[in-house]
Design a protein around this ligand. Sequence first.
Ligand SMILES: [Zn+2]
Length: 247
Amino acid sequence: MSLPTVAFPTYTTKLPVTKKEVSYRPFLVKEQKILLLASESDDTQSIATAILSVAKACCLDDDVDVATLPYIDAMFLYLQLRSKSVGEIVDSILHCDQTNLKGEVCGNEIPIKIDLSKVTVSNIKNASKKIDISDGVGVQMKLPTFEQILRIESDGNESTVSMGVMEEFDLTIKCIDYIFDGDQVFHTGDSSQAEMVTFLESLTEQQFSPIAEFIESFPSLYFKNEHTCPRCKAKNTIELNDISDFF
Ligand SMILES: [Zn+2]
């Protein structure tokens, strides 16, 4: 006699960038195990891979591929999953980044509680941008997908913390949806990496700067809360943009 199967609750949420309505279920015990293993490894790459695999499994819409969603949508979905599965409060550590008069960083570790129901997305209007460079030539920028962000991190030696110049350039290319010249459109996927590098390197510093600005002002998950550092007494506002911050 086969054992009974247990029904699980389902929820829906609206993704902030694509505005898609997606339905999902909470983590099951088997997925909780995947996340636990990743958190024990304490490695950003493993954590991101685990988040992706769990978010894929919990997303109930066949037409939504979490790997190819803009990463901020994928992370937002993960947060919803996390809060419905485990609870809305995440214990985390805030590193005080205040500098004193001598220019030394405080670096104190402050234990904090993050209320996932209060996490919002900042700079949402910067999810895409058309940039005119010169004489009808320009670029259409977009957010990288979750899968693309993962690949950048695995290509680099370390996590995002020590992203080198080449990885940054790689990220720039992944954020270009297409290059246009008047009515002609050149999709990034149709050009080689070398062609894209040549295109970007041929720009002047001034022409390149709005592209760099777009990347610097990406939307990010934002948890607005102030904590006073017990050591230096400075106020810290937390901005969550690293996956491991709210894992
Ligand atoms: Zn401090």
